[in-house]
Design a protein around this ligand. Sequence first.
Ligand SMILES: NC(=O)c1ccc[n+]([C@@H]2O[C@H](COP(=O)([O-])OP(=O)(O)OC[C@H]3O[C@@H](n4cnc5c(N)ncnc54)[C@H](OP(=O)(O)O)[C@@H]3O)[C@@H](O)[C@H]2O)c1
Length: 264
Amino acid sequence: MSSPTSSAPLRALKIGIIGFGPFAQFLTQTMIKQGHSIRATSRSDYSEHCARLGIPFIRDMDEFLQSDNEVVLLCTSILSLSDVVESMPFQCLKQPTLFADVLSVKEYPRDVLLQALPPESDLICTHPMFGPESGRDGWHGLTLMYEKVRIRNEAVCSGFLHIFASEGCKMLEMTCEEHDKLAAKSQFLTHTIGRVLAEMQIEPTPIDTKGFEKLFEVKESVANDSFDLFNGLYVHNRFARQQLKNFEVAFDGVKHKLLDRMNE
Ligand SMILES: NC(=O)c1ccc[n+]([C@@H]2O[C@H](COP(=O)([O-])OP(=O)(O)OC[C@H]3O[C@@H](n4cnc5c(N)ncnc54)[C@H](OP(=O)(O)O)[C@@H]3O)[C@@H](O)[C@H]2O)c1
């Protein structure tokens, strides 16, 4: 099995992006810089934005799938994935295609896509563990998690992974299940605590400790993401439910310890 090292030559790919929201736009900048040929489609009209980037925006999904993509990259919200996939006319594909996704949960898109894709299509599930904020100054040292779910065309798959490897990403191959277990304990917990802090409307004070500054950063980083994203992290990661329960139990435990001491 060849590894997607950063020293391999870059293969220019024809990549079609479905869902041209903030994260897709962020990825597109780097893919254009690397010389890939990008076209996009989305529920909303991004034709002006795409024109500024010098790439085609193809409104019609039939036409988009007929447009000779080697890779179709799904960047829709977690909650809309199944509707989007259901509405895709796969019979329009002209060639076996590599489907890839970047959703922040992994078992769910793997299952939806395995059910819907034509058997000759390849599938890689990925999660770039960074976003427009953390990756603003480059992707070096940031992690790309991926699972090669069904790959026959190794050349296209390594070409796709090379987009990240060549930017210096830490390439981490793991199963979608393992990803979701870990992400519930890390990313989902971070978003939950950030949302709680936002509900409390915490603000900086003149006597902030370093710890509080970090808490405030957590609140701010989460506030930039859509509520759909947070909702999706919960609804479509089966391990998130347990994590929310653990959080409640731990919070109650801490509260009771305090109250018990006070009553002693
Ligand atoms: N933001 C990050 O830092 C980050 C990092 C890693 C992975 N991701 C993943 O990347 C994906 C995109 O994230 P995002 O930050 O751009 O924001 P998002 O709110 O999760 O997704 C926005 C995208 O979903 C599409 N969409 C939403 N509802 C839809 C519907 N009912 N039907 C069809 N399309 C719909 C939007 O299309 P229109 O714009 O056309 O309305 C837009 O392209 C998500 O799956 C997220 O988990 C995000």
